[in-house]
Ligand binder design. Structure first.
Ligand SMILES: Nc1nc2c(ncn2[C@@H]2O[C@H](COP(=O)(O)OP(=O)(O)OP(=O)(O)O)[C@@H](O)[C@H]2O)c(=O)[nH]1
Ligand SMILES: [Mg+2]
Length: 352
């Protein structure tokens, strides 16, 4: 029975491209699980990508990110700041807990008023395997949603670690969510997440201390990070692709705005969405989008290259030789650098 009903990767990808949500959901599972079909699926999908604007929403646990995402979705579905209603894909990434069933279920419940909307697709992802793997899997899921035609893709990540920074590199616009009462120190300072923030949302503005948090962030944005360096396009890019007008080159800067929101009642969220759209317009008008796309492509290629080279090395090396090398390094018979030079001799770069 299984063989006769088994759908090929191509069927699945084509149905997802046609907008079938169940096909898309299955396809994403294939990608998440790293099934052998994943490569073929991604090859089919890739030519259909490049239309979506990817928004990262990151911040400490419990700051109200999911509630905010829910409200942002609703506004996109209604149409905001001169945009017609847009389809939205949501990816909730939980890198913090390997046992996140409960938290993810909570996310699903909170986002349930969007579940019946055919123009919204919500997906939760839990940490499996290595962290680099999670960022890559998330990038692939974003790619699938992009190919399936979702015009805005929101990626929610919890925390402020390396995973968030990695995932932010796959987003076009990153919103860092803060909340009052997390201690006087703003979370972003410690985490070094400041560099990746295009926008700050001080959520729970109905609570005491929101003004103080907003003021602290404003000060930080103004003092420690003046206007972001302007992107001067290099030799590699086509100016038409960036929508860049030569004479206006160099006249664009982006200063991360700090906005207060009350996600629970939707206060300030329209302004937030309008700022996200303003950032999107800025990226395209300044040509910065080209650099972003370049960085995304490089990150993806490097990651896949690394995985492939390692897999090939181990395949041609065999476990025994590997452990002999490890043993020699432990015994100080070889230093790690020379050992790697020897190991590299085993990679046959031409073989599949
Ligand atoms: N007072 C107040 N509470 C809020 C606001 N926004 C969200 N909350 C509440 O804060 C709690 C956490 O909200 P979530 O949206 O789950 O926060 P989160 O950042 O997604 O949480 P994690 O994904 O677990 O990190 C919930 O009880 C929300 O109802 C707000 O603007 N004001
Ligand atoms: Mg959440």
């Amino acid at each position: 029975l299984r063989a006769s009903t088994e759908t090929t990767a191509r069927d699945l990808a084509e149905r997802a491209l046609d907008g079938a949500k169940r096909a898309l959901a299955r396809l994403i599972s294939y990608i998440e699980d790293g099934r052998p079909e994943a490569g073929e699926i991604l090859s089919i999908l890739y030519p259909h990508t490049g239309q979506a604007h990817v928004v990262g929403i990151t911040g400490a646990p419990g700051t109200g990110k999911s509630t905010l995402v829910n409200e942002i979705c609703k506004l996109y579905r209604q149409g905001v700041s001169g945009c017609p209603p847009l389809t939205v894909g949501v990816v909730a990434v939980d890198a913090t807990s390997p046992f996140s069933g409960g938290a993810l279920l909570g996310d699903r419940l909170r986002m349930c008023d969007l579940a019946g909307d055919p123009g919204v697709f919500v997906r939760s992802m839990a940490s499996r395997g290595s962290l680099g793997g999670l960022a890559q899997a998330t990038a692939n899921v974003v790619l699938a949603l992009d190919a399936a035609g979702y015009r805005r893709i929101i990626v929610e990540t919890v925390g402020a670690g390396q995973v968030e920074v990695d995932i932010a590199h796959t987003a076009h616009t990153t919103v860092v969510v803060e909340a009052p009462g997390l201690g006087d120190e703003v979370q972003a300072i410690k985490a070094g997440i400041l560099e990746i923030a295009d926008l700050f949302a001080v959520n729970k503005a109905d609570r005491e201390g929101a003004d103080r948090t907003a003021a602290a962030l404003e000060m930080m944005v103004n003092m420690e990070r003046p206007a972001r360096p302007i992107f001067h396009h290099g030799t590699f890019m086509a100016t038409e692709a960036a929508g860049l007008q030569g004479e206006r080159e160099g006249s664009f800067t982006w200063h991360p705005p700090v906005l207060k929101t009350i996600a629970l009642s939707g206060v300030g969220v329209r302004d937030l969405v309008e700022k996200i759209e303003a950032h999107r317009a800025y990226l395209h008008e300044s040509g910065e989008i080209v650099r972003k796309e370049l960085m995304r492509a490089i990150a993806g290629l490097e990651n896949i290259l690394q995985q492939n080279l390692l897999r090939r090395l181990f395949a041609s090396l065999g476990g025994e030789a590997w452990w002999r090398t490890v043993e020699r390094v432990v015994q100080r018979q070889a230093d790690p650098y020379s050992a790697v030079q020897e190991l590299l001799q085993h990679i046959d770069v031409y073989k599949r």
